[in-house]
Design a protein around this ligand. Structure first.
Ligand code: GUN
Ligand code: FE
Length: 424
């Protein structure tokens, strides 16, 4: 039986309200799942192998609920436009390059390594429209042993010529990928990915919704990110009450597990529907700053019981680091607090940490926490260059790591109870 014990200063958030901390304790796992946390090892675990990280922090691996793999080369570029001109000027031309699988191999290899480096152990990813490059990306993840959903993007209107798919072919390629990866890996899975309403005909969305139901495959897309985008959707669907109802009409809004990125300008009715259908919101705060999109009022979502996680949304976002997203989410929530006459309370540190671990992780199942039965996905953090361990509590050390640390503080990544080596 696969069993491992790791020892160190353990921190996680079973609820968003506070950090649970276990100083100098043992995290016991079997078959890649958490058994429990102990301050002293019971007799029955005496012969389990122990990896001793005394003095280091052990936290759940980070979860990125939204990013675009074929935008990786554009990361940190093209920050001078709003969403729609940004897509046409920078994003679509870059994504068109992924018809070439050699280019895909080169850049996707760098991306996978960078995700690993940043301690992202689970991610939900858009690829491009291209079947070959999408499969290549999935195969890279199978080899790297990082937990992912990857979606081939679907778009059959309002795109550049190179990125406009034939509707039938788009559905066929999507179904082929679903079938090929159905029972292929416990870590790498398919997700249905209509880019967003403006680039998808009714026929395409209808077909995708049917595929989602037929194969019980989850769905991801974009929602209410930008004012011009929301107006455009209204023009395209004048007879539907709002943006969310378009997805909902086509079984793409929680009929199977669903993530909507951004969700900044959702109305109260849409919030209600997200709550009812338990649609996940991917809060992509750095992207929303960079593209002058706005700030999602996270507190409203939490108050309504809508599941929320964080997304790097590269290359709208400029960093794969989830700690950076955690800090920005806290900062953004303070601006929302001011704007709401101090009604919507800012996120606390434990709340934002929860969003970047268990909040997003719950899309995958039991991921992002150290409760019994959870996947044993964790990071070993050496914060000795940040905090004098004798001076700070464990809660203070984790806060300092989030604000001041970076990938160089991450010593080791575990997924399913195994150390994950740097991808080649
Ligand atoms: N909406 C539709 N496509 C995209 C994209 O690639 N990035 C972002 N941020 N929003 C989108
Ligand atoms: Fe996005």
């Amino acid at each position: 039986m696969d069993r491992i014990i790791i020892k160190g200063d353990i921190v996680f958030t079973p609820t968003k309200d506070e950090f649970q901390v276990y100083k100098d304790s043992y995290l016991v796992s079997e078959e890649g799942k958490i058994i429990g946390i102990f301050d002293e090892l019971e007799q029955r675990y005496q012969d389990y192998p122990i990896n001793d990280y005394s003095g280091k922090i052990i936290i759940p691996g980070f979860v990125d609920l939204h990013l675009h793999a074929p935008q990786y080369a554009n990361m940190g570029l093209g920050m001078d436009k709003e969403l729609l001109p940004w897509l046409n000027t920078y994003t679509f031309p870059e994504e068109a390059k992924y018809s070439d699988t050699n280019y895909a191999m080169e850049v996707y290899s760098e991306l996978v390594k960078d995700l690993w480096r940043n301690g992202t152990t689970s991610a939900v990813i858009f690829s491009s429209i291209h079947k070959g490059s999408t499969e290549l990306l999935m195969d890279l993840f199978v080899r790297s042993k990082i937990r992912v959903y990857v979606g081939k993007v679907n778009m059959d209107r309002n795109s550049s010529k190179e990125l406009t798919e034939d509707t039938y072919q788009s559905l066929k390629d999507t179904e082929d990928i679903i079938l090929r990866y159905k029972d292929n890996s416990s870590l790498v899975k398919t997700i249905i990915t209509p880019r967003f309403v403006p680039t998808c005909t009714d026929e395409l969305m209808d077909g995708l919704g049917q595929l989602a139901l037929k194969y019980d495959v989850p769905v991801q897309s974009h929602l209410c990110e930008n004012v011009s985008e929301v107006e455009w959707v209204k023009e395209l669907h004048p007879n539907l009450p709002n943006y969310s109802s378009v997805y909902n009409k086509y079984n793409l809004f929680g009929q199977t597990k669903t993530i909507m990125a951004h969700s900044i300008y959702v109305t109260d009715e849409e919030l209600e529907l997200m709550s009812e259908n338990q649609v996940f919101a991917a809060h992509c705060v750095n992207s929303n700053f960079n593209l002058s999109s706005g700030i999602m009022p996270v507190r409203k979502f939490l108050n309504k019981g809508i599941p929320v996680g964080l997304g790097s949304d590269i290359s709208g976002g400029h960093s794969l680091s989830i700690p950076r997203a955690i800090v920005s989410a806290i900062q953004g929530s303070k601006m929302i607090w001011l704007d709401s006459d101090m009604e919507l309370q800012p996120l606390t540190c434990s709340e934002a940490f929860y969003l970047g671990t268990k909040g997003g992780g719950s899309f995958f199942g039991k991921v992002g926490s150290f409760e019994e039965g959870y996947e044993m996905d964790c990071l070993i953090v050496d914060d000795s260059n940040i905090s004098n361990i004798s001076r700070f509590t464990l809660e203070e050390r984790i806060e300092k790591f989030l604000y001041l640390g970076d990938d160089r503080n991450i010593l080791e990544r575990y997924i399913q109870g195994k150390i994950v080596a740097e991808p080649k």
